[in-house]
Design a protein around this ligand. Structure first.
Ligand SMILES: [Zn+2]
Length: 618
């Protein structure tokens, strides 16, 4: 047998000789056989290569809290844009986030950057800022200043955190988004516009710069932006003429025939917004049904399909006013549809409200795509639709199946840990904050615990004794994990927490609830203000749809397991730009071959084409 090293050396030698031969052939043409094969040096210039075709507009749609299985459950009832995405597009049926922190800011940042939170740094909607000693939202920026379109008054600051100063921006996103890179690398001028009801969705979809980013102020219904972004002059006029309060007095009724709704008319354990009952119809008349909108009206509005319709109108307005897709560059339009999330939190995934919102969103998206076809041309734009996370059934509803489901009370867990540390002479309180699954200790406490085996054991045992806790992970178990070779053999949940871990921002300990147990922060003695939630590494929170349609996309159903971080690299490939992160991958199986993509600026194929045509790829 020939020794391996010998073979390797011979290979190198051959390669060296071959390289030398080619060098000679190329320069002085001394090797006749090679020279004969080489093209003549002064041949007629070949026809100039046509520049690869690029999409004129990239459309990124995120439906907040849309579980992957909603497509399977409701597709047969859709007739508009959602149906068209499935029938004319590429449907990835096994898409899921691989990380633990399945929250809105995290999901949108992952979709927009093509990276996981361990890379992009958006680890939660809010986290405990150890330096400031307070909770901050993922888009808070003390240097930014917010303003409202149309000169409307609004409540500055964010109602979901202690943040009362400054405004919002993408400053905490540690890397450029796809839209940022498109602007930077695209060549011709790229316009970036995003809309959502939530700052953490609109901003993360855009990134650091944009021509327009707008979100809804929770309590006043004003459309807000910040000086981190350019402003859209036409929006001032539009929101003045079409204020949200115009929908005051409307009623949200069922769209479909009553018999078409799955599940019960009322979900056990649902917590509707103030002023609404547990079942349809839902009047948008605030809490008191007075003459004028109150803050409850805005809560109702953002939980209703009227808000999706409004967002779609904003999108069409931006396309028209900015001539998106018609200015010679590659433009970007991002819409984060938030109402499904509000409805899902209140009524749960097994509700008529969820089904109805999707049926109506299907209609809105049908209109949007028709508008884009007319303005930009079918096949000239590319669309991706996905979600930022899923949702768990309402625990009380799940318990009916006999399953072990419940509420993991975080304030109670906090008490247990404080109590366990009493015997070890730690400063009190030892815990600075519990935010979602992350426990943050007071300064110095975790460092001390890491060298204090008995106290650490007492903390872990106390946490594990809390009903609903499946496991507790320590920050030192997660650091740098995704990069280590062992990562493929470690437990999937530990790996999920590692994908979410960002030093400095993430907690010191991490709580993994048991499946179907909901992390609940409601203070003792208070009523829970929502039905259900999300934020953990189980499939009901991680599995989302990924649908691609239009320019360069090969229609079909795809069953490979992918993540929503694959959308941005796929867009980047279509647009001919490069992203920094390698967390996501190009969805090459759903891309047309270059020749097909070239020929694509033709009218799109008829809608009647079969949905899942035989293309079930390898
Ligand atoms: Zn969300």
């Amino acid at each position: 047998m020939v020794p391996r090293t010998f073979l390797w050396k011979r290979f190198l030698l051959q390669r060296g000789m071959m390289a030398a031969a080619f060098l000679l052939a190329g320069s002085i043409l001394l090797v006749p056989r090679v020279a004969a094969q080489a093209p003549p040096l002064r041949a007629a210039a070949p026809k100039a290569m046509q520049a690869p075709a690029k999409p004129k507009l990239v459309v990124l749609l995120v439906v907040d809290q849309m579980r992957g299985d909603y497509v399977d459950k409701f597709l047969h009832q859709w007739t508009g844009g959602l149906k068209r995405l499935v029938e004319e597009g590429a449907w990835f049926r096994d898409a899921a986030y691989p990380y633990a922190a399945t929250e809105t800011c995290v999901g949108h940042a992952t979709i927009s950057t093509g990276a996981f939170p361990a890379t992009h740094g958006m680890v939660a909607n809010n986290w405990w800022d150890r330096g400031l000693g307070k909770s901050v939202t993922c888009t808070s920026d003390s240097k930014a200043k917010n303003s409202a379109y149309g000169g409307a008054s609004f409540k500055d600051g964010d109602s979901e955190s202690d943040e009362k100063e400054g405004g919002n921006s993408g400053v905490r996103l540690t890397m450029p988004s796809f839209a940022d890179e498109l602007k930077f690398q695209g060549g011709a001028r790229t316009r970036v516009v995003t809309f959502s009801l939530k700052a953490r969705a609109a901003i993360t979809l855009a990134g650091h710069q944009a021509d327009g980013v707008a979100w809804l102020d929770d309590t006043t219904g004003a459309w807000v932006t910040s000086n981190a972004f350019e402003t859209l002059p036409f929006l001032d006029d539009y929101v003045k003429k079409n204020p949200v309060r115009k929908d005051y007095g409307k009623t949200w009724n069922l769209l479909l025939d009553k018999k078409k709704y799955l599940y019960a008319e009322e979900t056990v354990g649902s917590v509707p917004p103030d002023g609404w009952n547990h079942s349809f119809p839902h009047p948008l008349r605030g809490k008191a049904a007075g003459a004028d909108p109150d803050s409850s009206f805005y809560k109702q509005w953002k939980t209703s399909p009227f808000a999706d319709t409004y967002l779609t109108q904003l999108a069409e307005l931006a396309v028209d006013q900015l001539s998106l897709g018609k200015a010679g560059g590659m433009d970007f339009l991002g819409i984060a549809y938030s109402p499904l999330d509000y409805a899902g939190h209140a009524f749960g995934p097994r509700s008529w409200e969820v089904q109805d919102i999707l049926a109506r969103l299907d209609e809105d998206l049908g209109g949007l795509f028709t508008h884009l076809d007319k303005e930009i041309g079918p096949g000239n734009y590319v669309v991706a639709l996905t979600a930022d996370h899923g949702v768990v059934p309402i625990p009380e509803d799940m318990q009916k199946t006999g399953a072990d489901a419940g509420l993991l009370h975080l304030p109670e867990l906090r008490e247990r840990i404080e109590k366990a540390l009493e015997a070890f002479k730690y400063p009190k309180p030892a815990i600075a904050s519990i935010s979602g699954s992350d426990i943050y200790f007071a300064p110095g406490v975790f460092d001390k615990l890491q060298n204090d085996h008995a106290a650490m054991q007492a903390v872990l045992e106390a946490a594990l004794a809390q009903p609903g806790v499946a496991a507790v992970y320590r920050a030192d178990e997660l650091r740098d994990r995704p990069a280590t070779p062992q990562s493929s053999t470690q437990s999937p949940t530990l790996r999920a927490f590692a994908y979410s871990y960002f030093p400095g921002r993430s907690g010191d300990l991490f709580i993994l609830p048991k499946p179907y147990w909901l992390l609940d922060s409601t203070p003792a003695g208070k009523q829970r203000s929502y039905g259900t939630g999300h934020g953990v590494p189980y499939n009901y929170d991680q599995h989302v749809p990924v649908l691609l349609m239009g320019f360069g996309i090969q229609p079909g159903q795809y069953f490979q397991s992918i993540t929503p971080a694959d959308i941005a690299p796929t867009f980047a490939a279509l647009c001919g730009i490069t992203l920094a992160s390698r967390d996501g991958h190009i969805l090459a199986q759903a891309l047309k071959k270059p020749a097909e993509a070239h020929a694509q600026s033709q009218p799109a194929r008829p809608k009647s084409a079969p949905a899942s045509a035989p293309n079930t790829n390898p």
